[in-house]
Write a protein that binds this ligand. Structure first.
Ligand code: 5GP
Length: 192
């Protein structure tokens, strides 16, 4: 059986990665599975454990590092985030396309560690930096200090967009999602 694709989506905090991902999952039938990450961050108001993330303690996260359970993990503005390795591998081996929504350093690790040719990476760009700030502020989940830290980090992330297969502008969710899906379909046709 053909191995499932590994799809990586990155982009600065506030660009709308989650919205684009949900739009793609709800509107296109591509047999995607979202890889739920583990994090030490506290849940936001509407987030559900086991759906948005597995929310864990520092100790539990460390135990998973020690047991080599992560395909990659990174620290992001004071919290740790990691991709569970077994899940990703077993799903791909069952032919499922696995979708990772992760930050740039973790994405770089995945790109260099996963060496098969069924990996495709996207960097989602905001139309402008102000749009990012507005979005993070609207969420009303971060302190001023954390908002500034996320914006700074976002600028660094945007400087790494060239490492990705495709840079996609998020001017509208529909257009950005459609281009991502078109690139995925083209990749699927190519690497059989
Ligand atoms: P947030 O706190 O906004 O949910 O996530 C912060 C950043 O961490 C986002 O860029 C998100 O994509 C990224 N992230 C989420 N899960 C993972 C993961 O498992 N690994 C890495 N490296 N980054 C992740």
């Amino acid at each position: 059986m053909k191995k499932g694709l590994l799809i990586i989506l990155s982009g600065p905090s506030g660009v709308g990665k989650g919205t684009v991902r949900r739009y793609i999952f709800n509107n296109f039938d591509l047999d995607f599975t979202y890889s739920i990450s583990m994090t030490t961050r506290a849940p936001r108001e509407k987030e559900v454990d086991g759906e948005d993330y597995y929310f864990v303690t520092q100790e539990e996260f460390q135990r998973n590092i020690d047991e080599n359970n992560f395909l990659e993990w990174e620290e992001f503005v004071g919290n740790r985030y990691g991709t569970p390795r077994d899940k990703v591998e077993s799903l791909r081996n069952q032919g499922k396309n696995v979708f990772l929504e992760i930050e740039v350093n973790g994405a770089a690790k995945v790109m260099s560690n996963v060496t098969d040719d069924r990996v495709i990476s996207f960097f989602l760009m905001p139309p402008n930096v102000k749009a990012l700030e507005n979005r993070i502020r609207r969420r009303k989940t971060e302190s001023e200090e954390l908002i500034q830290a996320r914006l700074e980090k976002g600028k660094k992330e945007m400087s790494m967009a060239g490492n990705y297969d495709y840079i996609v502008l998020n001017d509208t969710v529909e257009k950005a999602s459609q281009s991502i899906v078109d690139y995925i379909k083209a990749k699927n046709r190519k690497s059989r």
